[in-house]
Structure formats: C-alpha cells, structure tokens
Unconditional design. Structure first.
Length: 344
C-alpha cells in the first residue's frame, strides 16, 4: 500500500517482492544447496549408530539424503525470503515495520536495533536488504540441518512443519540455528529421524539437568519420545510452529513483566527461587509444557504430582496461571493488532 506510507530516507524505491529473487542471494542459496549436498554425501550414515528406542527408520540411500538436503536448504532460504520480502513490500519498507519484522522473525536484529535506536538514529540490522539476508541464512540453515538429520516425516506432518519452521516460526528457528551451530562443537546428536524435531543427547543448556529447546532444536535431552521430559520439550517445538512470533515474544514478554516483582520478592523473602518460579515456571507456555509433562509422569508412575513438589510454593498454581494468562494474551493480541494496523 503506497498511500500514507511514511517518508523514509532509507526507502530504496525498489519493490520488496522484486528483491526476493535478486541474483546474488539466489546464487548464494544455490551454492549453499550444493554445500549441503556435499555435507550429506560425506556424512556418516546415522543408521550406523543404533537407535535406542522404537523401530529403526529405513536407512537412507545416499542419493536420497543428498537430494533432500539440497532441496530443503534452497527451499528453506527461499520460503523465508518470500515471507520477509512480501511483508517488507506490504509496509513500503517503513522503519517501524522493519523493526517489528526484526523482532518478530529474527529476534536478534530487533533487540540490537531497539537498543541502537536509544543512542542514535541508525538501525543497522533492520534495513530491508539486511533482513532479507537474515531470512536467507536462517531459512537455508534450518533446511540444511533438517535435511542432513532427516527430521521431517513427509508421510505425516513434515510439509507444514517445514513451512512453519522457515516462515511463521523463523524467530525460534533463528535461536535454534545458534544452538545447532554451537552444538556442532559441543553437542552429540541423537539418532532420531522423522520425528519433526532435532534432538541432541548432549548440547547447549542453561542449567544442569535441564533440556533447552529453541525452534525445532531440542538440546541436552537424553530422553526419548516415550518420556515426560521429551513431551515437554517437543511441545515447545509445536508452540513455536503454531504461534510463531506470538509464542517467542509473549514468552519473553512474560519474563520481562515478572522480573521486577519476582526480584523484589526474592530479596524480601531471601529466597532466589521466586525469580525462576514466576518468570519461568509460571510462564503460561511453560505451565502448558509442565502440565503435559506432569500428566505423562503420572500415567507412567501412577502418582499425583499436582502439588508441584519442591517448587510448589514458588509457582503460580496451574488454575491461577490460566487466569493470569487470559488478560496477558488478550493484551498481546491487542498489541499485535495495533502494530499490524499502524505499521502495515
Ligand atoms: Zn519448558
């Protein structure tokens, strides 16, 4: 929409949709695809390492693995470019919309430029072409890893999962890419295949004994899909795909909202557990995940874990968390609507 578009000196006068298929990034994507194919060709067959549970998936033919990796690398980058290009074009490359895209789909450029704009007028990372490069790199890397580790089950929900990871869920895929990259050096990949997520037995984590899930990457998770903790982490993968920016931004928003009250309470009551309890464990997205985990544990052990164990006094009860969540999410939806209407 051209009418009413705010004047902006960085507007290049070039339609966003044309930029999607610019020569240099498209060539870069093809090169990345070839690189992915080579990586797939020299990769040790995952079927060689024994699966711990379940029926082993059919060993991939080398050609199949190479073809899948090449295709997902190129398509991943392309899907992400199309989404971001269309969004940029629809907003006429307006400054506010670019910042919103930076937050909603890649997080890092949003945070960096929000801080940068306090000190100066420049927003280096939420420039239109920079955002399109973010899309190219994150989309292609997400596709590359998914192809190499054959995470999608194409006979089931593989296609929408892949589309979600490379478009709507790009925010989680960005941080997932950072975790997966780090795990190349410090992680051990599981032999899971076709489960819709990428699991590392060993890998990056924030706390000992904790798994860490970003996008479709579940790090530091030794449990297989029959275990309660796996179900918890796997739900976060779904949350990112299904709710996209709504998930990642409201997750962080909840933490931001509770950090001061929980810090004050922790100091007053001389117990640091209120911070983790309110910011993290009472976060509605975590309440949902812990609910799934608790139910699975109860079914497995035939015990009632509703008391919340040692964390009981430091978390909102499930029922009150739901009550808190309603106005919180209504506010978030309102915020999204206002941003959408004013920026686009
Ligand atoms: Zn969790």
């Amino acid at each position: 929409m051209q009418e009413g578009r705010p004047e902006d000196e960085t507007w290049e006068g070039e339609r966003g949709v044309d930029r999607i298929f610019e020569l240099v990034p498209i060539v870069a994507l093809l090169v990345a695809g070839v690189g992915g194919g080579i990586a797939a060709a020299i990769r040790k067959s995952p079927a060689a390492s024994a699966s711990t549970t379940g029926a082993p998936t059919a060993a991939p033919t080398k050609t199949g693995l190479v073809a899948e990796t090449v295709a997902l690398t190129i398509l991943g980058g392309l899907f992400a470019r199309i989404l971001i290009g269309v969004l940029l074009d629809a907003a006429g490359d307006a400054k506010g919309a670019r910042l919103a895209i930076g937050w909603a789909f890649f997080l890092v450029p949003g945070i960096v430029d929000a801080i940068a704009s306090i000190f100066s007028d420049s927003r280096p990372l939420t420039d239109g072409s920079v955002l399109l490069w973010f899309a190219t790199v994150v989309g292609a890397f997400t596709g590359l890893m998914a192809g190499l580790h054959r995470i999608y089950d194409w006979s089931r929900l593989g296609a929408p999962q892949f589309l979600g990871d490379t478009t709507w869920g790009l925010g989680g895929s960005t941080t997932a890419a950072l975790v997966a990259f780090l795990n190349i050096f410090i992680g051990t990949c599981s032999s899971d295949e076709r489960k819709g997520a990428h699991r590392y037995d060993k890998g990056f984590r924030l706390k000992e004994d904790f798994a860490f899930t970003q996008g479709n990457v579940m790090s530091s998770l030794t449990d297989d899909e029959t275990q309660p903790l796996y179900k918890h982490e796997r739900l976060h993968v779904f949350q990112n795909r299904a709710f996209g920016p709504g998930f990642i931004l409201s997750y962080l928003g909840w933490m931001a909202l509770w950090i001061i009250p929980s810090l004050a309470t922790s100091l007053a009551r001389r117990d640091p557990r209120f911070i983790e309890g309110w910011c993290y464990r009472s976060n509605p997205w975590e309440v949902w995940a812990y609910f799934i985990q608790r139910r699975a544990a109860e079914q497995a052990e035939g015990r009632d874990f509703r008391s919340g164990g040692e964390w009981g006094p430091f978390v909102l009860r499930e029922a009150s968390a739901v009550i808190y969540a309603v106005p919180f999410f209504l506010l978030f939806v309102l915020l999204f609507l206002v941003a959408g209407v004013t920026l686009w």
